[in-house]
Ligand binder design. Structure first.
Ligand code: BG6
Length: 484
């Protein structure tokens, strides 16, 4: 297999919130793995910046601990770790004051790629952006990286966009949705636009419906305070599921370029129809032997926030008119399983006498775990005794098809950070895209808030509330099984 890896220039990566959870779990271990695979050119530096008073030696020790805990099998590479830690520094900084900025300015170089990762609450974005400029640290080529939640509605997202736009051009802003960094999500585009086979039938003439499931087994434990103000709609649908839907539904871009791809995604979001209340099911998990109920986890006995949501949406354009898109996501479900399935229409006519089964081709793209793609096709059951038809999967689990190392794909964050350093915005959300996503989501949320909609209960470890099954049953369809 020949792989073409785009080279990276020498860089300074400053992580604001460098001692935080995301830095410890994802950013630092991810950068370590990129370092080991030779993608951190000599002379590149990572600078942690946070409020805590500590020196670079203490931050390096913290980084080593984070890598031991979250670095995966590479964390055993002692020599690699020692070399990596030499590229790391720390500055104690006050985002709202003056402390630390002069030191940071002295450390960040102007002749290398500069990336500033805002791994902090959005309330600090404006202060950081302003101080980076006031202290003449950022320049016209600097990149800034921001995380979700990017606002909690259209108004707050607009305000955040305006705050960033006061100091940085859109081409410098990288809004992360880590789902876009997942290997299979990118493969979705390869499957659609790298094969002759699928694109001609990717429309309402051939597709019966599309379903997207992102099922999690984890609870909201530990994040209850944030989650209870957010819920599955804001936490997962407005961003991750919306991005998946866009990639499935968008028109072919003229090239795989940042604006070409994002223009097409934006058109999908703008064509999304409002969802009728009867086509939305919200749920909250109950307690079970393994853990407390949602309301206990959220420490809010009267919470009306959803830990599960399922809905039926429509995209009003020529390609998709009449094709329902069913989305569902929830916490504390039966298994961790995320999958997009394109379910093709039934055959118009069968020539096989006695075969009354409903044979359908289904293309499933498995995001996690066990990334891969499978296509359900109908074949003859082997053996004598007539034409008995069976449906079998043409399974392409990446690890099987491309060798064991193919299962060892870089974490989404690693890939996305390297794209920031390369200056490639294709897998990042543009400001107008985020605003359009909120413009679609806001009325749905307002609708249930006004109705004081009470989420349905569901058993922890299940597939969600009964009503979510009914959402499909009523249409003569069913959800794909959530398999462990
Ligand atoms: C985050 C959400 O964006 O995505 C979490 O805030 C969720 O609630 C997580 O658990 C899921 O990500 P992944 O990569 O584990 O599917």
């Amino acid at each position: 297999m020949v792989s073409r890896v785009i080279p990276v220039e020498t860089f300074d990566l400053v992580i604001f919130g460098g001692t935080g959870d995301l830095a410890r779990r994802k950013i630092l271990p991810g950068m370590f793995r990129r370092f080991l695979s030779g993608q951190m050119p000599q002379g590149s530096r990572i600078i942690g910046a946070a409020r805590s008073e500590m020196d670079s030696a203490a931050f390096r020790a913290m980084t080593a601990d984070a890598i031991a805990a979250f670095g995966g099998k590479e964390s055993h590479d002692k020599k690699g770790l020692k070399d990596f830690l030499q590229c790391i520094d720390y500055i104690a900084i006050d985002a709202k004051g003056d402390a630390g900025w002069a030191e940071l300015g002295a450390m960040v170089r102007q002749d290398v790629v500069q990336s500033f990762y805002f791994s902090v609450a959005p309330a600090f974005f404006g202060d950081l952006a302003e101080r980076l400029h006031r202290n003449k640290i950022a320049n016209a080529d600097s990149r800034i990286v921001v995380e979700k939640p990017f606002g909690r509605d259209l108004e707050s997202a607009r305000a955040l966009n305006a705050t960033l736009a006061a100091h940085f051009d859109e081409r410098q802003i990288y809004r992360i949705d880590h789902y876009l960094g997942k290997e299979t999500v990118q493969n979705l585009m390869a499957v659609r636009f790298g094969n002759m086979l699928f694109e001609p039938i990717w429309n309402n003439h051939y597709v019966d419906h599309i379903q997207i499931t992102v099922a999690e087994t984890v609870s909201v434990e530990g994040r209850g305070a944030y989650y209870d103000k957010s819920g599955a709609m804001r936490d997962m649908v407005q961003n991750h599921l919306m991005q998946l839907l866009c990639l499935i539904a968008m028109e072919p871009p003229s090239q795989f370029g940042a604006d070409e791809v994002r223009d097409e995604k934006l058109k999908v979001i703008r064509a999304l129809q409002p969802v009728e209340p009867q086509h939305i099911v919200r749920g909250q998990y109950d307690a079970d032997a393994l853990g407390p109920s949602y309301r206990e986890d959220a420490e809010n006995p009267r919470s009306l926030t959803e830990s599960f949501v399922a809905m039926k949406c429509h995209i009003a354009n020529w390609r998709w008119a009449g094709v329902p898109f069913y989305l569902r996501t929830g916490k504390r479900m039966k298994a961790r399983a995320s999958e997009i399935s394109v379910v093709f229409k039934d055959l118009g006519h069968t020539i096989f006498e006695g075969d009354e089964a409903r044979h359908r081709n289904i293309l499933s793209i498995r995001l996690q775990p066990n990334e891969g793609i499978d296509l359900q096709v109908t074949i003859k059951e082997p053996g004598p005794g007539g034409m008995r038809l069976v449906d079998v999967p043409l399974d392409m689990t990446f690890a099987d098809a491309l060798g064991p190392d193919a299962g060892d794909v870089p974490d989404a964050y690693e890939r996305l950070i390297m794209d920031v350093i390369r200056g490639n915005q294709t897998l990042f959300m543009r400001g107008d895209e985020v605003e359009a996503a909120w413009a679609w989501t806001d009325p749905l949320i307002q609708g249930w808030e006004e109705r004081e909609d009470v989420p349905k209960h569901y058993e922890a470890g299940s597939t969600g509330p009964e009503d979510a099954l009914m959402l499909m049953h009523r249409d003569g369809r069913k959800w794909r099984e959530i398999k462990a």
